[in-house]
Design a protein around this ligand. Sequence first.
Ligand code: UDP
Length: 489
Amino acid sequence: MTEVGEAHVLVSPFPAQGHVPPMLKLAEILSHAGLHVTFVNTDNIHRRFLASSPALQRLAGLPRFRFRTIPDGLPEDHPRPFLQFLDLEESLRTRSREHYRELLVPTGKDPDGWPPVTCAVADGILRLASEVAAEMEIPVIFVRTSGACAVWAYLCIPDLIKGGEIPFPEEEEEKEEDGLDETIRGVPGMEGFLRRRDLPSFCRNAKSTSDRSLQFVTNANANVRRGRGLILNTFEALEGPVLSHIRSAIPISYALGPLHLLSRTFDDCGADAPLSSNSASLWQEDRSCLKWLDSQPQRSVVYISFGSVTMMSRDELMEFWHGLVDSGKRFLWVVRPDLAEGKIEEAIQEDLEKETKERGCLVGWAPQEEVLAHPAVACFLTHSGWNSTLESVAAGVPMICWPFFADQPVNSRFVGDVWRFGVDMKDKRGRSVVERMVREVMEGERAEELRRSAGEMAELARRSVGEGGSSYRDFENLVKDIKAMSREK
Ligand code: UDP
């Protein structure tokens, strides 16, 4: 029989920016709680980590934490665009199985003298992990890196299909736009406000139930019901009602968010350590923008970032650019080299560049948590990725939401209509909309209201991760449950 202290978890994220850092933060606090933790990266992701992440140094000092890597099965020079995540998922499942199995249940002695793996903590969309763990009869606790609101919508997809709500009925072309405003009945708790356009993009894009992406997300989310529990990066004060619905389907669901704050509660560095030591980015951060922010007045800057995956046309990018310029506000914009086709420098005309030289700053990748926490930042124009949303919530920064895909349309509906600390720009385009929304969130009474609600939720987020807070308690329960599993052997 394995002793309680010998619990060993194998933590396996899906290899992408939106998944690896939050699961790494979870892995780190599990290790602080006394568990042995092996974190599985793909070779490709690990190489990028080694080149860019300040968090690695800190992790190297933890006695019960280690990295292991597996190949992802794709050729070395493959660009691995996240928009083709199904190909990456399939490659991992079919070509990396043996490597993963060897980490889960090694054939030889552990080189560090660690106990055998007693629990797999696996990303809900990483079928490789759930299938191999089931084969080897290792208990699995799943992690979904989306918010509870999106996870609940995903879990309801089979009912939406049964009820004839998806795929959307075919409309004549001119009615199609209005059709997207139809409210959805099949997601309990969201009947009054969730419209077709707010469903995860896979629902909107599917022309039939055999659509490959729709099938994948439906099956992956159905699969998480079969685990020993589900971990979500959210907190009761933010998503309590939705969490109750999820718990009606998956009774053991732990809400541990915001994980980037919870990790600071347990971190030896303490809550006041510089945020930079916390960063787990896959891109090299350009920290020069923090200096630039230091020279800007308080609450004067719009921070713009569309995350690691969003792509837009050159025209769309130019409309954002013009809208920002026309708003007259200061701005810090993360323009990834692959955000739009062509070089941004070419796209931005010289006269605009001159006009905004003093009040604009462009970087390829920013230290986002630090940027959002900076007193000069007044609002966040975001694609509504869940990590970005939570980071903005934690910093008390109101949002302008321009969702791109996956769970983002659900998140932005909640920000704009339920939590009301931002505005939803979904499906809207053009410089005048950008300008209007920036002004709405930066000027006058409405801006004050948004900032007040954002500030209140930030305070609740902070409390949830402190000793006795809801996320802190759920984390303690998770550790207790994992330790109990190690006694089952
Ligand atoms: N991020 C960052 N620097 C940037 C842009 C983004 O560190 O310049 C981080 C951000 O803090 C967040 C993650 O990248 O943790 C993006 O995750 P999210 O879920 O918001 O969106 P995704 O990239 O998965 O679409």
